[in-house]
Design a protein around this ligand. Structure first.
Ligand SMILES: NC(=O)c1ccc[n+]([C@@H]2O[C@H](COP(=O)([O-])OP(=O)(O)OC[C@H]3O[C@@H](n4cnc5c(N)ncnc54)[C@H](O)[C@@H]3O)[C@@H](O)[C@H]2O)c1
Ligand SMILES: O=c1ccn([C@@H]2O[C@H](COP(=O)(O)OP(=O)(O)O[C@H]3O[C@H](CO)[C@@H](O)[C@H](O)[C@H]3O)[C@@H](O)[C@H]2O)c(=O)[nH]1
Length: 328
């Protein structure tokens, strides 16, 4: 049986593909290459260039490759962009996910693992966020994902499609073997941006907001290393295949770091004292997002890279790899 990875040419999806191949799985990727890269796809995986909303294509891929499970990463992911183009986000993330779920049900797909996000919690003012809390996303990106969660849960009740919904907190770092990393040129993610500032790719780093009610006034996030996150999917997939319950699970480490703490670590690891500007708040940023992680841990998931210095080192190494590619 093969696993279909949508968005497998993107940042997290490409790490997922590596983990699946390392675990001996057969992998087929469906990606429209809107933000993904053909070069991020290993030779051992089949790549189909196309759209998750194309039901004829997806049905054909499922049949030809003998797909039993779908891991659905494909999405647009930039929160501020979702505010200026909400209908584009609802179309790509919600409407096309509806089409994919329908195709999966018709094809008799057994297991569906979905990439959700801590953005579904909105401004929840709690030290640790648990999966059962009330959800109130504050931007179209988070809403587009929450609607997909609901569709999956309803499709389970009506049609028996089994699901694992994984709510990622802040994904960071890069494959320790140097095979993939965060490659989006205009990425907005803090660790990526700070690594670029340290390596002279950006003139300075903005710290967005210093007046939050946190220990040092800057936002706190739970940074999870990307291979650890990919292994959480493997664990969830195995559980579904073995008849485990459908579940919604946070993916993080259960502790946070503030923006200034991250900046300090990047300066320390890189050895570069790059310029930092204290700037106004960025719209839509909750003060603190830290995961309660008992559920995913109860499936036997153990992080292997819960170390900010290591995550930052991986991000810096990957940035150097990208710079080398551009120079070559
Ligand atoms: N990066 C994070 O910190 C983070 C946090 C929470 C959730 N997520 C979720 O993880 C998933 C992967 O995010 P990422 O950071 O790897 O982003 P990414 O942009 O690197 O990857 C997304 C991939 O999906 C593809 N894609 C987009 N729309 C498609 C479509 N309609 N049909 C086919 N392919 C399509 C893109 O080409 C790209 O390869 C997304 O669902 C995102 O919402 C990411
Ligand atoms: O140049 C920068 C970039 C970010 N930040 C701050 O750093 C924190 C983290 O920001 P960022 O790395 O952009 O991540 P988030 O906005 O927390 O969102 C990420 O994490 C969410 C889950 O927590 C996912 O849903 C999103 O897709 C993903 O981008 C926030 O307080 C930002 O204001 C800065 O101060 N300066």
């Amino acid at each position: 049986m093969a696993v279909l990875v949508t968005g497998g040419a993107g940042y997290i999806g490409s790490h997922m593909v590596l983990e699946l191949l390392d675990a001996g799985e057969q992998v087929v990727i469906l990606d429209n290459l809107s933000t993904g890269f053909r070069w991020a796809v290993p030779e051992a995986a089949a790549l189909v260039v196309g759209d998750v909303g194309d039901q004829d294509l997806v049905s054909k891929v499922i049949e030809e490759h003998g797909v039993d499970s779908i891991l659905h990463f494909a999405a647009r992911i930039v929160v501020p962009e979702s505010v200026t183009d909400p209908l584009g986000y609802y179309f790509n993330n919600t409407v096309k996910t509806r089409a994919l779920i329908e195709t999966a049900v018709r094809a008799g797909i057994k297991n569906f693992v979905f990439s959700s996000t801590a953005a579904v919690y909105g401004n929840a003012d709690m030290p640790l966020l648990s999966e059962d809390m009330p959800l109130s996303p504050i931007n179209p990106y988070g809403r587009s994902k929450l609607m997909s969660e609901w569709m999956l849960q309803d499709a389970h009740v009506a049609h028996g499609l089994r699901y694992a919904i994984l709510r990622y907190f802040n994904v960071a770092g890069a494959d320790p073997k140097g095979r993939s990393g965060q490659s989006t040129p205009q990425a907005t993610h803090l660790i990526k941006v700070a690594a670029q500032a340290a390596l002279g790719q950006r003139p300075y780093l903005d710290v967005f907001g210093t007046d939050y009610e946190t220990s040092d006034g800057t936002c706190v996030r739970d940074y999870i290393q990307v291979n650890d996150l990919a292994r959480a999917h493997l664990v969830a997939l195995r559980s579904l295949r073995e008849g485990g319950d459908c579940a919604v699970m946070n993916c993080g480490y259960g502790h946070g770091a503030s923006v200034l703490e991250v900046v300090d670590v990047v300066k320390k690891v890189s050895g570069v004292d790059f310029e930092v500007r204290l700037s106004p708040r960025r719209p839509g940023d909750p003060a603190q997002l830290v995961a309660k992680v008992d559920r995913i841990r109860s499936l036997g998931w153990q992080p292997q890279h819960d170390n900010l210095m290591e995550i930052v080192d991986q991000a810096l190494r990957w940035e150097r790899t990208l710079m080398g590619r551009i120079a070559a």
